[in-house]
Design a protein around this ligand. Structure first.
Ligand SMILES: [Zn+2]
Ligand SMILES: [Zn+2]
Length: 153
């Protein structure tokens, strides 16, 4: 989505849901972080690489997610309710990193890949993990050495 279209969409959404219209900055270096919000300054920064790649619907969800941060700086309940009111799809209410579009996007930019020895799921990342990780699909939320990811690339 190009910058003009993004700005129009941001204005539309902010006005519709009674938020101040933020200033949008496109960040050409940001890759992993797709959006950032400075609530006091009414500034939202978006990853240009992500906006060049992602589907319109995902960009709309990202914009709504960042707009909700203007009233709710963290991802608490107030934030989630604000997102639901704007019709943000589920994955974007906590963090965009849980959506399929995001995994695909990171996969495209990934330099490092890990494989789960149990289910064979490949995880892509930009930089090698500092700590050992286990598969999020086989043992979500906890570390288990049985499912320790092996670096394949
Ligand atoms: Zn957020
Ligand atoms: Zn697994």
């Amino acid at each position: 989505m190009d910058f003009v279209k993004i700005q129009e969409l941001v204005k539309q959404i902010a006005e519709k849901y009674a938020y101040p219209v933020p200033t949008i900055k496109m960040n050409t270096r940001m890759v992993i972080t797709t959006g950032k919000c400075w609530p006091q300054r009414h500034i939202i920064e978006l990853s240009k690489k992500y906006c060049d790649f992602a589907a319109d619907k995902d960009i709309e969800d990202l914009i709504k997610h960042e707009i909700a941060h203007m009233k709710h700086p963290n991802h608490g309940w107030g934030f989630k309710v604000a997102c639901m009111e704007m019709g943000v799809s589920h994955g974007f209410r906590d963090s965009h990193s849980e959506t399929d579009g995001y995994s695909e996007y990171i996969g495209k930019h990934a330099k490092v890949k890990y494989e789960c020895p149990n289910c064979g799921k490949i995880s892509s990342t930009l930089r090698p993990y500092k700590k050992i990780h286990s598969c999020g699909k086989c043992c979500p939320g906890v570390f288990n050495s049985i499912y320790e990811l092996k670096r394949v690339k």
